[in-house]
Every structure is written in structure tokens, then in C-alpha cells.
Design a protein. Structure first.
Length: 532
């Protein structure tokens, strides 16, 4: 009786009406947010691809040609869940792989293919081989040996590049530096999954190399597409799709789902033919290959985002390295080494509280901090790559530390005690037990933080980063502009085409990069969760 009275006094009378009302209010708020976000994204996509210029007959042609096959595929996937799952995975591989291929092609517009060949041959390949061999011999010095070989190879490659080297055919460079490693990976994967010998695995890898050579040679001879872009498309969307299709065909579950991309591609082709047959007016897209590979211009039709894309890549690489190393290192120390009692324990708690508070500081404050420290105190220059990278690293560092702390804290203490009980040192326990099991959460938090950093503008404005640059950065001391700054400049331009079409194309490009980074976070989390 006493327990019943305490329960009634603690929780009060249960009201089903209030619970139902709260559930529906939460559902309505969620739907409202989703609809508003979808409307904003749809408006940006509508303006970026110039869909307002398309006639009604063009929409009708594609609705008949591509819409009906899409509905058929969706209905069949709903009835046959295995085939639907295969369809979604196949389409995801093709779409994400296409974005990766285009990203590689855009990056190699600035990077010299011959220099990449030299440094890959003399530095990257020997360092990778050294690391793999040392790990196979269970040598703990594997990372240090690989780093030494990488540095020595880079020095040797610089000498060779400046003195002796000439290599005119770029697509064969991609064949050697990308297709051959992919062939080795396919051969290894084939041997593991089939249990066959190295001879059949080598034949599978040789087939990958021959396929890449045929693609490059054919495109070089016909001129239908740049051979480098063709090889990247062969590597990222086509080859993974073929490997996945082979696994599905062997497993014999949901094999019909592999036809979904073929049906959809045929539907798009039919829509294109119908639109051409009836003379329909198509959209006037602002987001095209010229936009991705050209510098800004005073003419809207010639404006491009390429220097800002390369600048964002340069900056985000610095942010990733600095924030990951410092953030994960600080989290490991605070969770595994920092004292929890006594005077030093009080200092540890104070540091943790301040880190949590720093995560909520407005981004403009970090811009002022970067201006005071990196520009005025250290004299690294206004708006340079290194200053932008360090400033954005300060911005996301508290978030990286907190997410890494939570991931490390989630590792059960029993596993730590078991490792220590078997004679392992604290560092061996952290390296072999704690970090591998906390890696999914650490990587997820880091990549999501990088997604926030790549969309920031206020800190970069504070450090004097220019809104527009007409050439991509060539070093850490180069002045840099990033995609959000360039879009911000276009959004307030005098000409309407800049404000509506060009700015929308920049927004869509930035959203695609953000979605790709978030997808990478999901893939890494799922992979390391399975391995853990």
C-alpha cells in the first residue's frame, strides 16, 4: 500500500489524452520541419537546373518515358523486399560512384598528372608495400617505417621530376596509379570470397586492368569523353557495381533488383527521345561541367566554382588532420590518463566543463580568435589556406573532443580490465582495445563536424578570406576562397542571374559535398561497427 501511494504521489494520474496529444504535436512538428526543408531544397534544385525554362511537353515526355518505369521498379521493389534492397544498393553504388569520379576528375584539373605519377611510383607505392609487409610480419614499427619510406620517396621523386622525367600520356598514368591498385584489391577480394588460388585471382585482376586499358584507349581514339574521366567512371561506379552484381548473382537472392538501373536508364532514354520527337523545350541548367571546372566571371553563363571547390578541399584537409589528431588525443588523455580525484581531478573536471562550453560559442568568436592569433600574432597572412584551416579547426575541435570522449566512454570497462589482466600495458590496451572499438563513434563525430566546418562563412570573413578568387590555391600561403563565401558573394550580386541561377548551382554543389561527407560517415560507422 505504501508503495502504491508513493507511486501515485510521484507520477500523478496517467492521462492517455495528454500522451496522445504530445505524440501528435511531435509528429506535426517533425513533418513541418521536413516539408519546409524539402521545399527549400526543391527551390534550390529548381533554380540550379533551370527547370523553369522547360516546357510542359518536356515534363510530360519524361513523365511517360522515365516516370512510369520508375513507378514499376518501386512497386516491384515494395512487393519483393529482397529485390528492392538490391535495387537501392545498386543505385546507391552508381550514384555515389559517379560523384566520386567527377570529384577526382575536378581535382586532377589542377594536379599535374605526371607529378602524381612520379610521387605515386617513388613514394606512395613503396610506402604502402612497406606498411603491408611490416604488418604481415607483425612488426609494431610498420607506421614509422612506412612514413620514412614515404618521405624518402618524396625526396627522390622530386629529384627525378625536376631532372629526368617526361611522360606525355595522362590516361595511362591513371591506368597505372588507379586501375592497377584497384585490380589488386579485386584479385584479393575474389580470392577471399571464392577460396580459389592466386592464379584465378590474378586473372580477375588482369581483367580489371584490361578493361581500364580498353576504356582509356577507346575514349582517346573516339574523343567521346576525356579518357581520364572515363577511367574514373570505370573505377568508381562501374567496377563496384560489377563486383556487387557478381555477389548477388552468386547468392541468388533479389537478382531481379539488378535490372533496376537498366530499366531506369532505358526510361530516361525514352523520355529524351520523346522530348526530341515532339520538339519540347528542355531546361537551361546552370550546374554543368563548365560550372565545376571554370573560375568566377562577370558573365553569369561563364561563371564557375572551381577555385572555391579546390579551396574548400585544401582547407578541409587541414581541418581534418588538425582536429582529428588534437581532438582524439585530448579525448584519450581526458578519459584514460587524466586523474579523476584530488586537486588534479578538480582541474580535469574544469577542463571538461570548459570544453563543453566552448562547443556552444558562436562561430564568429572563433573567427576573431583566428584573426588575433594566426594573423596578427603569428603573421600567417590574411585569408590564407593555413589560417583558414587552423581557424576552422578551433571551431570544431570542442565538438570532436566531446564526440570522441563519448565514443571512448562507451567501451565497456570489462574489456579494459581483461586486457590489463593479460599483461598488456595501458597504451597497448588503448591501442588494441579501446581505440578500435570506439573508432566508429570517433569517425562519425569527426566527419559530421567537418560537414559543419565546410559550410561556415563567418570565421573566414573575420580572418580576411576573399569572397572571390580567380585561381585555385597552390600552397598553404595562398589566399583562398571556399564554396560558402563564393555563394554568399553571388547571392548579393547586382545581376538577377547570379542571385537566382548561379548561386543556386553553388548551393546544390555544396549540398552534394555535404551529403557525400555524411554518407561517408555512415559507411565508416557501419563498417567498423561490424568489425568491432
Amino acid at each position: 500500500m505504501a508503495t502504491e501511494e508513493e507511486t501515485r504521489g510521484g507520477f500523478g494520474q496517467v492521462s492517455q489524452l495528454r500522451g496522445a496529444a504530445f505524440r501528435y504535436v511531435a509528429l506535426a512538428a517533425s513533418l513541418f520541419g521536413i516539408v519546409m526543408l524539402a521545399a527549400l531544397l526543391a527551390n534550390a534544385v529548381f533554380d540550379a537546373f533551370g527547370l523553369d525554362a522547360a516546357s510542359g511537353s518536356w515534363y510530360l515526355a519524361y513523365a511517360v518515358g522515365a516516370g512510369l518505369p520508375a513507378l514499376v521498379v518501386a512497386a516491384y521493389g515494395y512487393r519483393n523486399r529482397a529485390a528492392g534492397a538490391v535495387s537501392l544498393r545498386t543505385l546507391a553504388i552508381l550514384v555515389v560512384g559517379t560523384f566520386v569520379a567527377l570529384g577526382l576528375a575536378v581535382m586532377f584539373v589542377i594536379f599535374d598528372a605526371q607529378a602524381w605519377f612520379v610521387y605515386y611510383t617513388f613514394a606512395v607505392l613503396p610506402a604502402t608495400a612497406t606498411f603491408v609487409y611490416a604488418r604481415s610480419r607483425e612488426d609494431a614499427r610498420a607506421p614509422f617505417l612506412a612514413t620514412g619510406v614515404l618521405v624518402a620517396g618524396a625526396v627522390a621523386g622530386t629529384v627525378v621530376w625536376n631532372v629526368l622525367f617526361t611522360y606525355p600520356v595522362d590516361w595511362t598514368i591513371y591506368l597505372w596509379t588507379f586501375v592497377v591498385p584497384a585490380a589488386a584489391a579485386v584479385a584479393t577480394l575474389y580470392r577471399r570470397r571464392t577460396g580459389s588460388g592466386w592464379r584465378r585471382a590474378a586473372l580477375a585482376g588482369l581483367g580489371v586492368v584490361v578493361g581500364g586499358g580498353v576504356v582509356g584507349f577507346t575514349l582517346q581514339a573516339t574523343g567521346l569523353l576525356d579518357p581520364g574521366v572515363g577511367i574514373f567512371l570505370y573505377l568508381t561506379p562501374v567496377l563496384p557495381a560489377v563486383v556487387y552484381a557478381r555477389d548477388v548473382l552468386v547468392g541468388r537472392e533479389g537478382r531481379a533488383g539488378l535490372l533496376a538501373p537498366v530499366v531506369l536508364a532505358a526510361g530516361v532514354a525514352v523520355g529524351w527521345l520523346l522530348a526530341g520527337a515532339i520538339g519540347a523545350t528542355g531546361p537551361e541548367s546552370w550546374l554543368d561541367w563548365q560550372f565545376l571546372t571554370s573560375p568566377p566571371s562577370q558573365t553569369p553563363t561563364q561563371a564557375g566554382l572551381y577555385p572555391a571547390i579546390v579551396g574548400s578541399v585544401f582547407v578541409i584537409v587541414i581541418v581534418a588532420v588538425v582536429s582529428f589528431v588534437l581532438g582524439v588525443g585530448a579525448a584519450v588523455y581526458l578519459e584514460e590518463y587524466a586523474p579523476s580525484s584530488g586537486p588534479l581531478g578538480w582541474l580535469t573536471r574544469l577542463i571538461r566543463i570548459n570544453i563543453s562550453n566552448l562547443a556552444g560559442v558562436p562561430s564568429v568568436v572563433y573567427g576573431l580568435l583566428g584573426l588575433a592569433v594566426f594573423v596578427n600574432l603569428l603573421g600567417l597572412g590574411f585569408g590564407t589556406v593555413v589560417v583558414a584551416g587552423f581557424t576552422l579547426s578551433l571551431l570544431i575541435l570542442p565538438i570532436v573532443i566531446i564526440s570522441a570522449q563519448e565514443a571512448i566512454r562507451s567501451v565497456p570497462s570489462d574489456q579494459r580490465q581483461a586486457s590489463l589482466g593479460m599483461g598488456a600495458t595501458r597504451w597497448q590496451t588503448i591501442r588494441n582495445v579501446v581505440l578500435p572499438r570506439s573508432l566508429p563513434g570517433v569517425l562519425t563525430g569527426t566527419i559530421l563536424s567537418l560537414s559543419r566546418a565546410i559550410g561556415e562563412t563567418a570565421p573566414l570573413l573575420m580572418i580576411g578570406a576573399p569572397n572571390t578568387v580567380f585561381s585555385p590555391p597552390t600552397g598553404l600561403a595562398s589566399r583562398v576562397s571556399v564554396m560558402p563565401l563564393q555563394v554568399f558573394h553571388w547571392a548579393f550580386a547586382a545581376q538577377e542571374d547570379f542571385r537566382v541561377g548561379v548561386a543556386a548551382a553553388g548551393v546544390v554543389t555544396l549540398l552534394v559535398v555535404l551529403l557525400a561527407m555524411n554518407s561517408m560517415a555512415i559507411l565508416l560507422r557501419n563498417r567498423y561497427q561490424r568489425s568491432a
